[in-house]
Design a protein around this ligand. Sequence first.
Ligand code: ATR
Length: 476
Amino acid sequence: MLCLTLTGNDYGLCREQVRQNRKNIEMVEFRADLMKVIDTDAVRQLIGDLDLPVILTCRRLKDGGAFEGSERSRIQLLSRLIPLGFSLVDIEEDVKRPELPLLAKEHGLKIIRSFHDMESVPRDLFSRIMKMSRKGDIAKAAVTPRSIADVLMLFKAEKELESIDKIIIGMGTYGIPTRILYKRTGSMLTFCSAEGSSAASGHLSADIMHDLYRSDQVSPATRIYGIIGNPVMHTSSPKIHNPAFEKVGLNAVYVPFLVDDVRSFFHLADYLDIQGFSVTVPHKQHVLPYLGKISREVKLIGSCNTVLKYNTMWKGVNTDFYGFLKPIGEELEAQRIRRAVVIGAGGAARSVVWALRNYYCRVTILNRTVEKAKSLAQETGSAYGSLEDLAALETADLIVQTTSAGMPPQEGVNPIEAYAFRGEEIVYDLVYKPRQTEIIKKASRAGCRIIYGMDMLIAQGILQFESFTGFTYPED
Ligand code: ATR
């Protein structure tokens, strides 16, 4: 179940957070440490008004909470609050005083024994969880994975600690898959926040957990897909795949994985029986040694953005290649694009240049570092130059912007500032956030036809969905 951690620091705000998220949640956590004022009557009334079980928590600073007083005053506060109608109370593993659990039991509260590690995943994690659960309490471990290998360890809790009532949480960005797929860690619940507030690092909102990831519906039969990258949380791909799974009635979920080391991710992929995943920067080349089969365009480009389970091996394809072509397919087929200029000579440019060369376009690659343009040009049979070589631009039917100029932190940068658009050329910018880059604004003013990075992102995502599932992407 999803448990909403209340972050409103007064009683009215807490009520409002529950009201707004009511349809998505089955439990609430009241964080006494976040409240401006503790008024026992107001707490009793709030808990009484909520038609959900409520966990009582008062988190210390060292565990990521906000309670600044002495340990004695914290225990006193918890003792005062326990009788007010809560269903569960969170008591940290190192609280040795027996009166608190006794009082909780007297008032019919279940106990969550918790420990927090804000730095790492302790190597003795499983034995600590077993110890915490010995008295019949629910064991909760909120730890901080620092690598994808740490994340694998958290998922192993499902089988290693099968018979134990537990809540396992990986905090921070590495831990996000352990929140979305909390059932696959063997956890009985996971925490989320109200939109616009985050109670802990990596907390997702109740809406996102429920509507986008359908976390509560994950079962052993759910097929897992995802995206690997570093960074990865900026990606829009979960919004392309998850609603489509639901639409075609597939029991599947698509999860973002922050990945430091591709080899460790393949271990996790085997462990969770992941069926396929998207690959983004910087891993498009890193995955190649692990693939048993690659498609023609992956071989050509040397870069793979889609990995599929293919019998017992992994197969790599590149939907960037076809996704890029989709919005200009008609023009290419009709040979209305004969000359193209590609700005940039990095990974994204490689796919673009090969895709255009595949249609026998004459390509000129312009790059800040001319050596890189030269090398890609020699490999692909193209011409090359610097960003100041405006002559090639003046005769181009298509200009493709593939550099990171225009996206944060380089917002507002136009890599071909000196060029005045004629209005006849098609301008295609691979940057999709923001939608209106400097180059697009200038080209629009000149009357050019514009193709947005989002068009390519969606086209490659649709192709990816179809290779993952075999279903046609639902049109609406
Ligand atoms: P990607 O895989 O997204 O293409 P990349 O391989 O790091 O990323 O390539 C980034 C591209 O953006 C390069 O062509 C880079 O130019 P250099 O080769 O000279 O580094 C280009 N780039 C990044 N910032 C730029 C800027 N402000 N102006 C011009 N080109 C820029």
